[in-house]
Design a protein around this ligand. Structure first.
Ligand code: NAD
Length: 388
């Protein structure tokens, strides 16, 4: 029975969620994370980012004394199971930044022995798990290694964790058996496959979602350019018609979908034109909207208020949010741009909703936070989201 695990990157979105899932099963968690600010918040029982029920789970874990912490590698506590949840961004060439995981494996190597198991929970370029394992083998560390991707919707990790099967791609039978034994604490619904298959599965899923959103965005652009009411068309397509279900158009952004589509593109040797088309459509929606606002208003003497700066509704996460791209482009064309968001805490330019509403001539709902549903104003509002 596993009594304690280590989570590297344990203060991040994926890492902390998994830490809290473990502590809810009375498993102790050693959180290793270089972000001391987040660690200090966690120690005080404060979630460093928004996560449904996160505070409740965290306070319980602290009360039961189930968490320990380190920020320097010299102080890390290695356990039998060690889960890596570091960010895996792409570089300026839209290729994966392989070094992040290579560096952490090199740093961990002196502390590891053959009894240890590394579980990669970051989304990775296919082949990464085997490559990292080989690095350790070359260093005479014949440890166990598995890939166990996260599939939750950000912000709902605790709720969604056991709603669908867990995917596991282990490097060998011993690793697979141990990983399955560990995960059975949470659920018996486990799909095992080769590490590369599990890695590709995760990229396919995120790229699929990215492409699905791009279809909605493309349809919106086609209908709107022809002066047709897309909201009505969307209703006609989706109402009581299962096969017509397509998502709302809107800014498709965040730390995962775009970069994982680009990871798949790199893996396919750049033969993923559908992914590239999706990228142009999704990123281009901002430009489309700015052009429309420019066409319909004399922007140079107008103040534009952007409502919603996080990358998605009810979230405080601004990573890769297209609201910032909108702000950048609008700033070039308008008298001023003001921004507001009820959840975002790490942007000093953000003003209150009332301030932005009163001072702006035009409003744009960039993120469909529920509170904007009740917005009462006579000012022109641009909103492409449906049913939020
Ligand atoms: N956020 C999501 O909804 C989500 C969902 C599924 C998969 N993923 C994938 O999970 C991975 C992590 O994403 P995230 O959103 O949790 O990122 P994040 O930035 O929120 O978390 C990463 C954490 O790692 C820490 N870190 C960075 N370098 C470190 C180091 N050398 N040593 C120790 N800690 C270090 C950071 O301080 C941070 O707290 C990514 O590969 C992402 O694609 C994310």
């Amino acid at each position: 029975m596993i009594k304690e695990i280590t989570i590297i990157g344990g203060a991040g979105h994926v890492g902390l969620a998994f830490a809290l899932i473990c502590t809810s099963k009375n498993i102790k968690v050693h959180i290793h994370d270089i972000n001391k600010k987040s660690i200090n918040l966690i120690k005080k029982g404060i979630m460093p980012h928004k996560e449904k029920n996160g505070s409740v789970f965290l306070k319980k874990a602290i009360r039961k004394n189930l968490l320990s912490y380190s920020s320097e590698i010299d102080n890390i506590k290695i356990n039998k199971i060690n889960v890596i949840c570091l960010g895996t961004p792409i570089d300026e060439f839209l290729n994966p930044q392989y070094n992040i995981l290579i560096d952490i494996i090199k740093k961990l190597s002196p502390y590891l022995n053959n009894n240890n198991h590394i579980i990669i929970r970051s989304t990775v370029y296919p082949g990464t798990t085997r490559f990292l394992h080989q690095l350790l083998v070359n260093n005479n560390k014949n440890i166990k290694m598995s890939f166990f991707p996260e599939r939750f919707v950000q912000g709902l990790a605790l709720e969604e964790f056991n709603k669908f099967p867990h995917l596991v791609g282990s490097i060998n039978r011993k690793s697979e058996n141990e990983c399955k034994k560990f995960l059975k604490i949470f659920s018996k619904d486990i799909i095992t496959m080769k590490p590369e298959e599990a890695e590709v599965t995760k990229l396919f899923l995120n790229s699929y979602r990215y492409i699905q959103f791009s279809i909605a965005n493309q349809f919106f652009k086609i209908a709107d350019s022809a002066n047709l009411n897309y909201e009505k068309i969307n209703y006609a397509m989706t109402h009581k018609y299962k096969r017509g279900k397509i998502p709302s158009p809107g800014f498709t952004a965040g730390p995962c979908l775009f970069k994982d589509t680009m990871q798949l593109r790199a893996f396919s040797n750049h033969n993923f034109s559908l992914g590239m088309e999706a990228m142009s459509t999704n990123e281009g929606l901002v430009n489309y909207l700015v052009d429309k606002i420019k066409r319909e208003n004399n922007l140079s003497n107008k103040i534009v208020g952007i409502l919603g700066m996080s990358f998605k509704a009810e979230s405080d996460d601004i990573r890769n949010s297209l609201s910032y791209k909108l702000k950048k482009i609008l700033s070039l064309h308008s008298k001023n741009v003001l921004t507001s968001d009820p959840y975002v805490k790490n942007d000093k330019d953000i003003k209150s909703l009332n301030y932005v509403k009163n001072k702006s001539d035009i409003l744009v709902i960039a993120t469909p936070h529920k509170i904007y549903n009740k917005l009462k104003t006579k000012k022109t509002i641009y909103n492409i989201w449906i049913d939020f």
